[in-house]
Design a protein around this ligand. Structure first.
Ligand SMILES: [Zn+2]
Length: 140
């Protein structure tokens, strides 16, 4: 996904879902896709205050854009329950993955679920492969 496609997908995603959340900014966020070799970027990062998403070319796909937009929709929640609810709802709406299926697959990977069908209850370290590290040490 090149920057034009990432920007277009982010714009559509934002317009389809923003009415359900309380992001710090109402406008569509800016998206920057950085290419390997041009800049040592690995992963993705969103900044709710600056209203930006920065993503490496290797990670510039719809599922990761959803991940980062969910951070902008749930500022300050990190990978908490609000972020997870938001991500699961967008997976359902965008990819047709029912929330119950997301819950079941999470359980298959050892993620504890709450009694509420739309809320996950994480154990510490439940996202060991969720890396958004950048060389400057920023994380989200
Ligand atoms: Zn994240």
């Amino acid at each position: 996904m090149v920057i034009e496609a990432a920007t277009a997908y982010t714009t559509g995603l934002w317009r389809r879902h923003v009415h359900q959340y309380r992001p710090l900014h109402s406008a569509v966020p800016s998206v920057d896709v950085r290419f390997a070799g041009m800049e040592p970027v690995n992963g993705a990062h969103s900044n709710a205050k600056q209203h930006t998403i920065t993503i490496s070319q290797a990670c510039a796909h719809k599922s990761w854009v959803i991940h980062e937009v969910a951070h902008l929709f749930t500022p300050g929640d990190h990978h908490g329950s609000a972020w997870r609810r938001c991500a699961m709802r967008m997976w359902e709406d965008e990819f047709g993955i029912p929330v119950e299926r997301s819950r079941r697959q999470a359980a298959e990977h050892g993620i504890e679920l709450s009694a509420c069908p739309r809320i996950l209850s994480p154990r510490p370290g439940w996202l060991p492969n969720c890396s958004h590290r950048f060389p400057n040490g920023e994380q989200e």
